[in-house]
Ligand binder design. Structure first.
Ligand code: COA
Length: 327
């Protein structure tokens, strides 16, 4: 149990207009729609404009949240942006978002845990609010992965897309959202999935890829489908209920076949599993809020539902969180 005093009170999202379909990719690399759909379930992804960056996507996701829930963010006292594709090495995306929103005196920090970023961000926000350090925290998961994707590498360019989602986490002792969690990291496996920056070696090994995402798809796939079911169970071991009592499962939307395999191994029904991968591809830290918001717009998630979020990916790292949905 988390002894939480924090509640998720609003959600918003944004994806760029431009679509990149499997048929578009057929003209760029040696691939085809049938292979991509069969191996990943992905049909299309959204791609940011040349001059559209993660701070722009984050800002638009928060604007969407404010409009839909009639919420002001003037008194937000901490902004957490979960991303692996910041506009700059410095300043942080969170500082840029703080300025764009005109929020004065808010703390601002970026959090990079790749595809587990959003669930890590929620974990941190719950800690800050429940401890009394902050009253109102914006948690944003946003990415412009198209800017670090090698569009000559058919094994990665078919996967990634751009987008963002945001939630507001506020102090609430009566109806806390956060029921239990489980997280960790396996940095020994870092080379399975990386994107170079300043260093050209990792765990003593030379890297390739200069600034673009490189991965051993098979290794990441195997790791995810064997560790995620155990991780989900670890979240439930700390929870006041069992996995069968969970209404919705929201795994990181990396690949639909991976999601199906995780469901099969964990015994959780795929019909109660929410994902954004078919139309948005793998959007890393944005994938979970995009899946949540899509399901809300479709009228699937209702107040009082128990929702199990589970992020996993680069690091390699993972974080699961069980939510009592009460917006
Ligand atoms: N189109 C057509 N063929 C392709 C292809 C593409 N886009 N990408 C790879 N192939 C080929 C390979 O060259 C290989 O051919 P070969 O047998 O002649 O050598 C064959 O397909 C199988 O390649 P492999 O990499 O073993 O395929 P796979 O079944 O593992 O699928 C991924 C590749 C990337 C779709 C899959 O491994 C995956 O999704 N992994 C997880 C990636 C992920 O989600 N990462 C982020 C985690 S957060």
């Amino acid at each position: 149990m988390m002894n939480s005093k924090a509640r998720i009170t609003a959600i918003g999202s944004y994806v760029p207009e431009k679509r990149l379909s499997n048929y578009d990719l057929e003209k760029m690399v040696d691939t085809n729609d049938e292979w991509i759909v069969q191996r990943t379930g992905i049909k299309e992804r959204r791609i940011a404009d040349e001059n559209e960056y993660t701070s722009d996507i984050s800002y638009k996701a928060v604007k969407n949240l404010m409009e839909r829930y009639d919420k002001s963010v003037d008194d937000v006292d901490m902004i957490i942006v979960c991303t692996l594709t910041p506009d700059f090495k410095t300043p942080s995306v969170a500082s840029l978002v703080q300025a764009k929103l005109g929020i004065s005196h808010a703390g601002a920090l970026d959090l990079n845990v790749a595809c587990a970023g959003f669930t890590y961000g929620l974990y941190v926000a719950n800690g800050l609010v429940s401890s009394g350090l902050n009253k109102k925290v914006l948690v944003i998961g946003a990415e412009t992965l198209s800017k670090v994707t090698d569009y000559t590498d058919r094994s990665t360019c078919i996967l990634f897309g751009d987008g963002g989602g945001a939630v507001l986490v506020e102090y609430d002792e009566q109806q806390p959202s956060f029921l239990s969690s489980h997280l960790g990291s396996e940095g020994e496996r870092a080379k399975s999935l990386y994107c170079t920056n300043l260093s050209e070696t990792l765990n003593g090994e030379e890297l390739i890829g200069s600034g673009c995402i490189v991965q051993n798809g098979r290794e990441v796939y195997k790791w995810a489908v064997t560790t995620a079911p155990k991780g989900m169970q670890s979240v439930m071991n700390n929870a006041p209920m069992e996995l069968k009592d969970v209404d919705w499962f929201v795994p990181h939307s990396a690949n639909l076949r991976m999601i199906e395999s995780i469901c099969e191994k964990s015994g959780f029904p795929i019909e109660q599993t929410l994902y954004s991968v078919v139309n948005y591809g793998n959007t890393s830290s944005a994938s979970i809020p995009l899946s949540l918001d899509k399901a809300l717009r479709e009228g699937k998630i209702k107040n009082g539902d128990k929702v199990l979020l589970y992020g996993f990916g680069g690091g390699l790292a993972y974080a699961g969180i069980l939510i009592n949905w009460t917006i």
